[in-house]
Write a protein that binds this ligand. Structure first.
Ligand SMILES: NC(=O)C1=CN([C@@H]2O[C@H](COP(=O)(O)OP(=O)(O)OC[C@H]3O[C@@H](n4cnc5c(N)ncnc54)[C@H](OP(=O)(O)O)[C@@H]3O)[C@@H](O)[C@H]2O)C=CC1
Ligand SMILES: CC(C)=CCC[C@@H](C)[C@H]1CC=C2C3=C(CC[C@@]21C)[C@@]1(C)CC[C@H](O)C(C)(C)[C@@H]1CC3
Length: 418
């Protein structure tokens, strides 16, 4: 049995109690949002108009569809890739290899869905199945996390994540014990983070758009914008798939319920909330306002992509002409920190861009309801918390050099505000 990390390792997310609460709260919130979006009052706060019975949650057809979806995405993952990338160096000095074929999976999925639709596949029926689909996705996340927890029992110590090995089963189940659980070349965390949930999200959005077209004669401008913006975001993530190998989720966090549920259930069913809301609460949107919203999304995307690409280019090759002229601070680890360019503006410019885009995704839903702004509120909380976790890790890694960086770049996410 793999040993634990010992009682003195710092606990996150409020320790075992916080983890236990989140195990219940996260699925409950997701179901609340799904129900609220389709209800008349569409209240974010307060109880849903009615609670569904088990017959509304359980459907063998939804289970089959869900398993077919996971199977399709797994098959696409296993197709030959245009490139195989190496991950960050692990504790045992080895590096894992990852197929770079996520964008290919998105295109092939789009082709298959297109073919299916021309053969009569009723994509517009999907919105009716969101509740039972979310239910089987949640069940899958629980069962899968249990499998991951047990798999970690026989994993070598070097394969364990820095957190998630406290010895408390609830906490460790939630956070995840093993860093990169795999069977042969199939990496579960890498697969889940980018494929079934992210591609599922844009498919759900598309189904909501088709349904709106069925009901109203054509999709609304607001629905087009939400679909377009979020497709750009998902397409971008898959196009720059390799960049995920340096994120905290892959390099630091174990794979447990938090990420498994987040990746396969939370992302597709709550990130599509704006499109769900629009189907049940059509919103008028004129061209001038739509243009302003497009501009906001473009500004957010420009900052998000610029900052992420600048850091990735710099981390891959600091002498790359695109980043060689930037000012840096040396650290004792031999790695440098950027102090000019995007990373000299605030310490997390990529989060700022992401948040601006989140605002642009909600604005097409008007200002009559708070519900479509849930993503913006949740995402602000997630990124503020994530930023604090990252800063702790960077302080540990870079010590004085990180303190110097914080002194030179005092704002975390929003210049002059935070
Ligand atoms: N839509 C969603 O739900 C979510 C989206 N995201 C997005 O994912 C993206 C990745 O985010 P995340 O993984 O949290 O973090 P980052 O991509 O911001 O990576 C943080 C790491 O970057 C390195 N770094 C920090 N400052 C500097 C600097 N000045 N110069 C060079 N390197 C630096 C450090 O690692 P090192 O030095 O070791 O390289 C640090 O640990 C973001 O765009 C975020 O908005 C994140 C979470 C959820
Ligand atoms: C509330 C809850 C269940 C939290 C779990 C958090 C996860 C939902 C997120 C943690 C980091 C994520 C990232 C993306 C999606 C959400 C999760 C999984 C991401 C794949 C979205 C697309 C981006 O371009 C990205 C690739 C940078 C990003 C990576 C982090």
């Amino acid at each position: 049995m793999a040993p634990t990390q010992g009682p003195r390792a710092p606990l996150e997310f409020g320790g075992p109690l916080g983890a236990a609460a989140l195990l219940l709260l996260l699925p409950a919130t997701m179901f609340h949002l799904l129900l609220a979006a389709r209800s008349g009052p569409a209240r974010l706060l307060g109880p849903p108009a009615s609670l569904p019975g088990l017959e509304a949650l359980w459907s063998p057809r939804a289970l089959l569809l869900w398993l077919a979806w996971l199977g399709l995405q797994a098959a696409l993952y296993l197709l030959p890739a245009r490139k195989v990338a190496e991950g960050q160096e692990l504790k045992d000095k080895s590096r894992l290899r990852y197929p770079i074929n996520g964008f290919q999976a998105l295109v092939l999925t789009a082709l298959l869905v297109g073919l299916g639709m021309s053969a009569g596949l009723p994509l517009g029926a999907l919105p009716e199945m969101l509740l039972p689909l979310a239910f089987v996705a949640t069940l899958t996340a629980f069962i899968f996390s249990l499998f991951l927890y047990m798999k970690a029992q026989v994993a070598p110590v070097s394969a364990l994540a820095p957190g998630g090995n406290s010895g408390n089963p609830i906490y460790d189940f939630f956070l995840g014990r093993e860093l990169n659980p795999r069977i042969c070349f199939f990496d579960f965390k890498y697969f889940c983070e980018l494929r079934p949930g992210l591609i599922g999200w844009v498919l759900i959005n598309l189904a909501l758009l088709m349904k709106e077209a069925e009901l109203q004669g054509s999709p609304s401008l607001a629905m087009w914008l939400v679909n377009g913006f979020q497709l750009l975001y998902v397409g971008d993530a898959l196009w720059h798939e390799e960049a995920i190998l340096t994120t905290m989720d892959i390099t630091h966090d174990g794979f447990g319920f938090m990420l498994a549920f987040g990746d396969i259930a939370w992302v597709p069913f709550t990130y599509s909330l704006q499109a769900q809301f629009l189907l049940h609460h059509p919103q008028p949107l004129g061209l001038p306002m739509a243009s302003v919203i497009c501009l906001i999304n473009a500004i957010g995307y420009y900052i998000f992509r610029g900052a992420n690409s600048q850091k990735n280019t710099f981390r891959k090759n600091p002498s790359d002409p695109r980043v060689a002229g930037l000012e840096t601070i040396s650290t004792a680890t031999g790695r440098k920190l950027l102090v000019s360019g995007w990373w000299g503006m605030v310490r997390h410019p990529n989060y700022l861009g992401d948040l601006i885009m989140a605002l642009a995704w909600s604005l097409p839903c008007g200002v009559s309801h708070l519900l479509p702004y849930f993503y913006l509120l949740y995402f602000t909380a997630l990124l503020v918390h994530r930023e604090a976790r990252d800063e702790r890790q960077c302080l540990q890694k870079y010590g004085l050099a990180w303190q110097e960086y914080c002194r030179r770049v005092p704002y975390r996410i929003m210049p002059y505000i935070y």
